[in-house]
Design a protein around this ligand. Sequence first.
Ligand code: ZN
Length: 118
Amino acid sequence: MNEDIEYVKKLYNCPVCKETHTVNLPKNLADNRTKYPFTYVFLHGELKDLLTTLYIDKKLQIRGERVIKLQDDDIFSKDQVLKITQQLMNEIVNLQNENDHLRNELGKLKKRTITKIH
Ligand SMILES: [Zn+2]
């Protein structure tokens, strides 16, 4: 773990393992998002074969979770691929929105700096 980043310990209920898991979320994870709750995707489980999506609100509270077990064999079922792809696509859209938002903010800051200099 990066020592410069502070982490917050959070719990979530896993419908696949039927357990409460602990996850360390970077303290600044919820900062500068364009939409809340936002999704946080990672793999967990002993074999790292559980695709986990957490829905996290502005206060870094976990509002929901979705866990999909990846199959042991290398070939995913079509349904699984669709589910996984959909989740990742959603995540990409979110990241793009955030990227646009940050660019916009950066643009504003640059303009402000230029105005100050002149
Ligand atoms: Zn689990």
